[in-house]
Design a binder for this molecule. Sequence first.
Ligand code: C5P
Length: 228
Amino acid sequence: MKKDVIIACDFSSKEELYAFLKLFPDKKPFLKIGMELYYAEGPEIVKKAKELGHRVFLDLKFHDIPTTVKKSMAVLSSLGVDMVNVHAAGTVPMMEAAREGLGDKSLLIAVTQLTSTTEEVMRRDLLIERPMEETVLHYASRAKAAGLDGVVCSPLEAAAVHETCGESFLTVTPGIRFADGDVGDQARVMTPLKAGKAGSDFIVVGRPITKAPDPAEAYERCVNDFCK
Ligand code: C5P
């Protein structure tokens, strides 16, 4: 699959999204619609983004009992999104149920550990004593066993995920920052250039593009650095 940059459209209204998209008059970037925009505007915003010609990663991170996830994924499948996700912590039966409900037309990926989480936080709040990489690789293997297409992980773990789960198993990596940029609430970060060299298939970039003085220029810089 061709490497690409996905813009995290963490906006709270469709007006903000449309104003942002006007900055890309001759481009159709791959968009991530997450909880904030989806809960503000509902499924219509996804349909609209698709009508405008964008590919859409719907980032709702399902984590519930298998039946609920299967039925909710079946509802989402009618939206024609390109990519959706669940938490791998929901375990294999939940991930299998998600796949069954969604069908095969959209990519289904699993969040391993949030890129805002550190080993210290895993130990303290989740009682996970294992190193980050081992935990991410274990979750990735379970996602693969459940028939998913890939995982969300930090670019720091992308190469190891490919080694363990194969080159065609996708690594979708948030936690991207320009070398001189603000880290904010992210903990496991990398530049677009390094993420490209580390084997990420898709980078998810939010604030370094949406909050840049010139978002279109920042997007181009990401694409050039990541895809070269
Ligand atoms: O602004 P920033 O580039 O940090 O945005 C990253 C985006 O990726 C956010 O929308 C966040 O919800 C999402 N994300 C993440 N870590 C994950 C999964 C998703 O940061 N493991």
